[in-house]
Design a protein around this ligand. Structure first.
Ligand SMILES: *Cc1c(COP(=O)(O)O)cnc(C)c1O
Length: 384
């Protein structure tokens, strides 16, 4: 068997658009493919303006800069995330404050968030793990009551909704990734959504991503030359990347439909293993959420079983992988003063979670092979 964890899916239009971009002569940023990508995303993320950036990481850095996080400001986020969420805050001198997650979704536990709010708290950063989320209505109410900004790390969540409202449109800003491991890819790439009305933030974002210049106004023909007008960096992705992304976005709904079939197949195969007590749990989609089916995971009763099962599956050619050494458990987390036991659910997920192969072109037969292999290994493990 050779079933990798992830496999690049091409829609067939990538080469065509790449050729068009190359022959068009402009392969820097903010060209025709970029405009198409942003139009598409603004249509899907209604009520926001969307600008492309070079990565999900840069979307987060841009959002934290636009939120005016200053040295000493505290930002509450789950520890169960990728380092980019915390680095974006650290780079501005802010302090990432890690909260625990709910076992059902592995997303922010709002009761724990509330306990961590202090006079220095400025912002909440929910992370939509695997394309699902915590109760976003309650989260934005909490933020409003306490005067906090909400920036969503929606890197894994393009296409998901909560109560029919897209993830990435609930907070002031949303951050998306098109990294090669996500559902829709440009290789490296990202986008930021900024909730309307947003004139001030949008103008700052446009300046920031174009090296602190008003180049965007120049491209639109509003000024004759562009110049340095503010703080900034270089976050505009090449037209080559946007050409590839354009091909992917055109098939977004079909891609999510394929992933949905695999996800629901796993759900059906694996829930009896949970019922029999062979597993502690598995991916769950809460009632008010429609998912983009970014991943499917199982939770084991303990870390050593997880590691042994992972090894057995890998020996059979199945690319099952762990996820996220929780940030508070990492060397950097220890430096920030955390101990593993501080966030018990997060610690459990870090030790007990295994993601099963799930990629767009995966067949139902491959899904069955993985499920059967998992069942066999588990029955052997527990001698049942
Ligand atoms: C992928 C990911 C990122 C980083 O996105 P890049 O495009 O790889 O920079 C940030 N946060 C989360 C939760 C992610 O899954």
């Amino acid at each position: 068997m050779n079933i990798p964890y992830n496999k690049l899916y091409l829609t067939g239009k990538e080469m065509l658009y790449l050729k068009e971009a190359l022959e068009g002569g402009n392969i820097a940023g903010d060209g025709v493919f970029d405009a198409r990508v942003c139009d598409f995303l603004e249509d899907r993320l209604s009520g926001t303006s969307v600008r492309s950036v070079t990565s999900g990481t840069h979307a987060l850095e841009l959002a934290v800069a636009l939120a005016k996080i200053c040295p000493g400001d505290e930002v509450i986020m789950p520890s169960y995330t990728f380092p980019s969420t915390a680095n974006a805050v650290l780079l501005r001198g802010g302090i990432p404050v890690f909260c625990d997650v709910e076992e059902e979704t592995l997303c922010m536990d709002l009761e724990d968030v509330e306990k961590r709010i202090t006079g220095k708290t400025k912002m909440l950063m929910p992370v939509h793990y695997g394309g699902v989320c915590c109760p976003m209505d309650r989260l934005v109410d909490l933020a409003r009551d306490r005067g906090l900004v909400v920036v969503e790390d929606a890197a894994q969540a393009l296409g998901s909704t909560y109560k029919e409202k897209p993830l990435g449109t609930w907070g002031e800003m949303g951050c998306f990734s098109f990294h090669g491991t996500k559902n829709l890819v440009s290789g490296e790439g990202g986008a930021i959504s900024i909730r309307k009305p947003n004139e001030d933030l949008l103008e700052k974002a446009e300046i920031y991503r174009q090296k602190g210049t008003n180049r965007i106004q120049f491209i639109k023909g509003e000024v004759n030359q562009y110049t340095w007008v503010g703080e900034g960096s270089s976050y505009a992705p090449s037209e080559l990347l946007m050409a590839v992304l354009n091909a992917q976005l055109e098939e977004m709904d079909q891609i999510h439909k394929r992933r949905s079939s695999i996800y629901h197949g796993y759900q059906q195969q694996i829930s009896p293993m949970v019922d029999r007590g062979l597993l502690r749990g598995m991916s769950t989609i809460p009632e008010d959420v429609t998912s983009n089916y970014h991943n499917f995971y199982v939770l084991f009763h303990d870390g050593s079983t997880r590691d042994r099962v992972r090894q057995r599956l890998q020996e059979q050619g199945i690319g099952a992988v762990i996820h996220f050494v929780p940030l508070h458990v990492s060397p950097m987390g220890a430096k920030l003063g955390y101990a593993p036991e501080d966030l018990p659910v997060t610690r459990m997920a870090g030790e007990c979670l295994l993601r099963l192969p799930l990629f767009t072109a995966m067949t139902m037969e491959e899904m069955m092979q993985v499920s059967k292999a998992l069942l066999e290994v588990l029955e052997h493990e527990y001698d049942r």
